[in-house]
Design a protein around this ligand. Structure first.
Ligand code: FAD
Length: 401
């Protein structure tokens, strides 16, 4: 039995319980939304210490709008970088295009926020716990028992947790994805390696209000301003799968890959602290045929890990959480029906984003060198308004237009 009250934006359903596996951006956002929808929520994560992989993330306006609606507007504004412009530069340093983001903000009604992952995680964790959610760390989920009336997560230590639904937000290498799909779906290597980290803002690297992206030789070097006078930087280089990942060699390999690039790129490589740099082989997942089975829903990267070339993977996990909580707070839907609606809505949106991001990754990283050259040529001729319109189109496809 459950009781219904109207609270926040949701109709709150008291007496129902959600088990969430994974305390990343997707799991935590879902936990907050479901708490606000009145659900009892327990999140379980296999790690003992929650540490985000990677340094920064751009939260585009579709993600920000949802976090605002969850009551996190002030916190986000405090951790968000002031990114007013975007600029593309040739590897030599010549400006190819300088783009004001103001038309984008006016069109979609919300500025994007580049944030440090650690800051975002702190905001989400605090919101979840202060809303009365329960987080258990060091507990790896190894299986699911889906019953007619409830669903149970089984953990490696022999314990279990039972609820009215289970959200599998266990990331790109999801173990639980197989429960929904039967056959294993392996993440697909996108063909390039990404190094990322934080450095202090300094005008000899880039303007403090600008996302600067150097392009050439199918590679990228990028600097994005965060709050706290920091740049989030990343480098992308197409490489075969399985190259050696040795922190002691990060500076050398970047020096080699970016030899002859502009002075700010060289300074960035000199200034980064290799010990705090993440080096990742980029993978994506899907589009997959199913996101839901019975009382179990896949969410975030577990369902649709996305090449980061659109900056939308985390934003899609946030959208998932919002849409799921909305259907689950609908009084005339059973839990399995609400999950089916969630699947129908989210499959369309995330299929489009995964495919678009993969195409963009291929264009940027030289899958077909002619296409990449055409993109380089276009960059200097493109009307900045066309760039912001294209970003706005992606943002406007989200649940809060
Ligand atoms: P994760 O963050 O991976 O969380 C999964 C959690 O599940 C982890 O904490 C893990 O420990 C836990 N877990 C796994 N298995 C189990 C288990 N069996 N039992 C219990 N716990 C388990 N997105 C953007 O929106 N904008 C960007 O600018 C952007 N840039 C990116 C740059 C890079 C280099 C990369 C790689 C990604 C980027 N993304 C970006 C994508 C974004 O990081 C992801 O989409 C997002 O972090 C996914 O969140 P998630 O909660 O689904 O998964």
């Amino acid at each position: 039995m459950y009781t219904v009250y109207k609270i926040y934006g949701f109709v709150a359903m008291y007496g129902l319980k959600a088990i969430v596996i994974g305390a990343g951006i997707g799991g935590l956002t879902t936990g907050i939304a479901l708490r606000q929808a009145g659900y009892e929520v327990e999140i379980y994560d296999r790690v003992r210490d929650l540490r985000p992989i990677g340094a920064g993330i751009s939260l585009w306006s579709n993600g920000v709008k949802i976090l605002n609606r969850l009551g996190l507007g002030q916190q986000l504004a405090a951790i968000g970088g002031q990114m007013h412009y975007m600029e593309y530069r040739h590897l030599s340093g010549d400006v190819l295009n300088h783009i004001s983001l103001q038309p984008l903000v006016e069109e979609v009604g919300q500025r994007p926020y580049p944030v440090a992952r650690r800051d975002l995680q702190n905001v989400l964790l605090e919101a979840f716990e202060s809303a009365g959610g329960k987080l258990t760390l060091g507990t790896k989920c190894i299986g699911i028992l889906d019953g007619f009336r409830d669903v149970t997560a089984k953990f490696e230590d022999g314990s279990t947790a039972t609820g009215d639904l289970l959200v599998a937000a266990d990331g790109v290498r999801s173990l639980l994805r197989q429960y929904i799909l039967k056959d294993a779906v392996e993440p697909k290597y996108a063909g390039y390696v990404n190094w990322n980290g934080l450095v202090p803002i300094s005008t000899d690297l880039a303007a403090a209000d600008t996302w600067s992206i150097y392009v050439g030789e199918h590679k990228r070097a990028s600097l994005m301003p965060l709050a706290g006078d920091r740049f989030y930087f990343f480098f992308d280089v197409p490489l075969p799968k399985g190259t050696v990942n040795d922190v002691a060699n990060y500076r050398n390999e970047l020096k080699q890959h970016f030899q002859g690039w502009a002075k700010p790129v060289q300074l960035l490589i000199d200034r980064l602290e290799p010990e705090s740099v993440a080096r990742l082989e980029i993978h994506d997942v899907g589009p997959i045929s199913k996101m839901v089975k019975g009382r179990v829903a896949l969410l975030g990267d577990a369902a649709h890990a996305t090449c980061p070339d659109l900056g939308q993977g985390g934003c899609q996990a946030i959208e998932d959480g919002w849409v799921l909580a909305n259907y689950l707070s609908s009084t005339n839907l059973s839990v399995p029906d609400a999950l089916r609606r969630y699947e129908i809505e989210r499959k369309v949106r995330t299929t489009e984003i995964v495919n678009k991001a993969r195409n963009r990754a291929e264009t940027i990283h030289g899958k077909d060198p002619e296409v990449t050259q055409k993109w380089y040529d276009q960059l200097s001729q493109e009307n900045p308004l066309d760039v912001t319109k294209a970003i706005a189109k992606i943002i406007s496809g989200g649940p809060l237009h």
